[in-house]
Design a protein around this ligand. Structure first.
Ligand SMILES: C[S@@+](CC[C@H](N)C(=O)[O-])C[C@H]1O[C@@H](n2cnc3c(N)ncnc32)[C@H](O)[C@@H]1O
Length: 210
């Protein structure tokens, strides 16, 4: 990881994703969580204030030391114990069926192989466990998709590998998780920013084995 990714990207991400309106959506996605939770792409810890009391432990998976260090003050204030349990959501160290939930916010856009991260999430979820998500990705209108495609190479370079055109609904459905709830809408912001603002939030469930 180069200097830009280590020092600048975590600050850019924190500044662009810590707003009040996104915070409310984080709260909605985190509210049903309980028990042992694995958070994929922990970043600077912007979800910490939204963990409900029913969460017993967070296992944070985050490759960026810069992001992890930025999260320290938020972690110190957390009533939920948080351990950094790994660096790569595509290759988790955790045991099979050991988590009640996986939380993933604005990370499927950046993880190099999101399908592999979803397969790993399913592996570590208990049958019936929840995959809770708040993501941005592929917009519904062709004109916005064209703009997303034009901006994506720049976004990837500036944003630490962040993609604009990932179809989050298809990724989750194709993974084998059963979609439980899904809201697709633009996050608040000007139309000019629509390539960055189409969001997917909700939850999906690891189907119990027969
Ligand atoms: C846009 S940031 C979102 C951070 C945080 N989840 C949030 O909602 O503010 C994407 C995060 O994914 C992390 N990431 C990148 N590759 C990853 C991987 N292979 N496994 C897990 N996380 C990864 C990045 O380091 C970064 O913290």
């Amino acid at each position: 990881m180069g200097w830009w990714e280590r020092t600048v990207v975590p600050k850019l991400v924190d500044a662009s994703l810590r707003g009040h309106e996104i915070g409310e959506l984080r709260g909605e996605v985190c509210a049903p969580l309980s028990g042992r939770v694995l958070e994929l792409g922990f970043g600077s810890g912007l979800n910490i204030r939204w963990y409900p009391d029913t969460v017993e432990q967070i296992h944070a998976v985050e490759p960026s030391d810069g992001g992890w260090e930025m999260s320290q003050r938020r972690r110190n204030r957390s009533s939920v114990p948080i351990v950094r349990s790994g660096l790569d959501g595509q290759d988790l160290a955790e045991a099979d069926a050991s988590f009640d939930a996986v939380l993933c916010t604005f990370s499927l856009c950046t993880i190099p192989d999101p399908a592999r991260a979803l397969a790993e999430s399913i592996r570590v979820l208990k049958p019936g466990g929840t995959f809770a998500f708040l993501e941005h990705g592929l917009a519904p209108e062709a004109a916005t998709v064209r703009r997303q495609r034009r901006w994506e190479p720049i976004q990837r370079r500036v944003g630490g590998g962040c993609h604009l055109t990932r179809d989050v609904e298809a990724l989750i459905s194709d993974s084998g998780l059963a979609m439980n709830s899904l809201t697709k809408e633009y996050l608040p912001g000007p139309k000019l920013a629509h390539p960055w603002l189409f969001s997917y939030r909700g939850s999906a469930v690891r189907v119990a084995a027969d």
